[in-house]
Design a protein around this ligand. Structure first.
Ligand SMILES: [Zn+2]
Length: 63
């Protein structure tokens, strides 16, 4: 079994963890071409239920 020679510094650990944090991506938000509501790209619009010009979901009106 490999045994560590020196204790890793706090700064070194923090740098590595910061790198990991930067790799986590925030969801890409675009506007729907049909109703202009903000939606996640490559996902069905939750406002009108359309994706790529086709109706995928039946959206209930809540008013
Ligand atoms: Zn829409």
């Amino acid at each position: 079994m490999a045994v560590q020679k020196r204790r890793q510094s706090h700064a070194r650990s923090a740098r590595r963890r910061a790198q990991w944090r930067a790799s986590v991506k925030v969801p890409n938000v675009t506007s729907c071409p049909r109703c202009q509501a903000p939606k996640a790209s490559h996902r069905v619009c939750l406002e009108c239920g359309y994706y790529d010009g086709e109706k995928i979901l039946t959206v209930e009106e809540t008013e």
